[in-house]
Ligand binder design. Structure first.
Ligand code: AMO
Length: 438
């Protein structure tokens, strides 16, 4: 027996349709709208899956029901038991004539923001009352798509023989460059929030796990305030032994295509609500070398020297030419992290790639150095202290296979899949330079 007594939901609102006509059902949700026309009162109830009309002919219902209905306030949480009737003009062509109304939790008035979308609010106001903002169907849709992305990713990795791992987020050293770390106090020592599972996923190759993946938070002390950076993001990371950079690029391309296929297949309703025209192409992603990219960028009037990282203007110039996903390969070794393997013939070029979508970087990956002494040398060359990488370096001295991997920004990929242009829209409770609450 539930602690809610006889109250048990029989249907989500979207499951009430012509097949339910004549049935007694129980729905639970939020009071979305109340329209009192005197002889008849319409109450729209909303749940995660949609809305339904409750119709109260004031002269023909139980006086207790009428009294309860009259006391309802917008956004209160209620349960309604009633009989389903046909109603041509209502949502799904049906309405509920209530027999019993229960208020679980009345909402105070006025509301901090309008959840019906009639009054438009700025993103900061919305994020301040995010729990209400998230009640809106277009906002919920973003997270249904993100949930599908994460689910499909797990299914993909499981089907392809990967083991899911969990690595520490309280760490002793930087991996992606020293300036973007959040220092924390770890008892009497200095520690940091993890920027990437990079070192740990590589150590799992030495552990013989062969193919691993992790979906977890990464922390970046990025100073800049942009539409595509957050200080806490979700990274989908993978690492695999005995594979090269081109092999893991294939895996990444297959994953992205599966995710899009599943979203188009299973989240059509959310895509429609978001007015997104996400389509499965299923085609190979173009591969553009860094050299070619530099030429394209310069030809677009954006100055860029060989060896520089892409500026925002450079990304935009490339995004004008490539209208979807594409790989950027053959990066200069100089601007890639210490763990990236250089080309044997020309060490100025790295076996590293990015996956881009138009002007947005979605993923970085590479073949890694698996030789202990070379790795130690590269750590020192980047101005880092090899001694603080002791535990990591040790794993390279006792049997480390060649290996490759990548990390995908899940929030950025969600932007692409949903068509939102601010990364904050793709995160429940975003953390940026100015925001630490709610
Ligand atoms: P990188 O630093 O490029 O690579 O990060 C991988 C991907 O994570 C996303 N990302 C971010 N998203 C939002 N806000 C941020 N501040 C942010 N920083 C990164 C991006 C990016 O492409 N260890 C390597 C991966 C690897 O080689 O396996 C790494 O972390 O989408």
């Amino acid at each position: 027996m539930s602690r809610l007594g006889e109250w048990r939901r029989s249907h989500y609102t979207n499951n009430v349709n012509e097949n339910s006509v004549g049935k007694d059902i129980t729905i639970m949700g939020w009071v979305h709208e109340i329209r009192d026309l005197g002889g008849i009162i319409f109450v729209i109830i909303r749940d995660r899956e949609g809305k339904i009309q409750v119709t109260v002919p004031t002269k023909h219902v139980d006086p207790q029901v009428l009294e309860d209905i009259k006391k309802l306030r917008k956004e209160s949480v209620v349960a309604i038991k009633g009989n389903v009737q046909e109603a041509g003009k209502a949502i799904n062509g049906v309405e509920i004539i209530p027999n019993v109304v229960k208020v679980f939790n009345p909402a105070s008035q006025p509301l901090p923001m309008d959840p019906t979308d009639k009054v438009k609010a700025e993103i900061d106001t919305r994020l301040d009352s995010r729990f209400i903002d998230l009640r809106r169907e277009n906002i919920t849709s973003i997270f249904k798509i993100k949930s599908q992305l994460l689910h499909s990713t797990r299914v993909f990795f499981e089907e392809n023989g990967f083991l899911e791992i969990n690595t520490p987020k309280l760490v002793a050293s930087a991996t992606e460059g020293g300036t973007e770390l959040f220092p924390i106090t770890y008892f009497e020592r200095e520690a940091f929030l993890g920027q990437s599972p990079q070192l740990y996923k590589q150590m799992m190759m030495s552990a013989g796990f062969d193919k691993v993946y992790e979906i977890a938070q990464i922390f970046r002390a990025e100073e800049h305030d942009t539409l595509r950076h957050l200080n806490e993001a979700i990274s989908i990371d993978m690492e695999a032994s005995f594979l090269s950079d081109t092999d893991v690029m294939d895996i990444l391309e297959k994953l992205i295509n599966k995710v899009i296929y599943d979203i188009v297949d299973k989240q059509q309703n959310s895509l429609e609500i978001l007015d997104s025209n996400l389509e499965l192409c299923g085609c190979p992603f173009p591969v553009v070398t860094y050299d070619e990219a530099v030429d394209i960028i310069n030809s677009k009037g954006v100055e860029m020297e060989w060896g520089e990282d892409l500026s925002r203007a450079a990304e935009k110039a490339l995004g004008e030419v490539y209208d979807g996903f594409y790989f950027l390969t053959n990066w200069p070794s100089e601007i890639k992290p210490f763990y990236v393997m250089a080309n044997e013939k020309d060490p100025t070029i790295a076996h590293a790639f990015d996956l881009m979508y138009k002007d947005l970087e979605i993923s970085s990956g590479a073949m890694r150095i698996h030789q202990h002494d070379l790795l130690k040398e590269k750590i020192a060359e980047k101005g880092l202290n090899p001694d603080s990488f002791g535990g990591y370096l040790k794993a390279f001295d006792y049997g480390m296979p060649p290996h490759s991997g990548w990390g995908v920004g899940a929030d950025r990929l969600t932007m692409v899949l949903t068509g939102v242009n601010n990364i904050r829209e793709a995160v429940l409770f975003p953390r940026d330079r100015r925001r630490l609450t709610p």
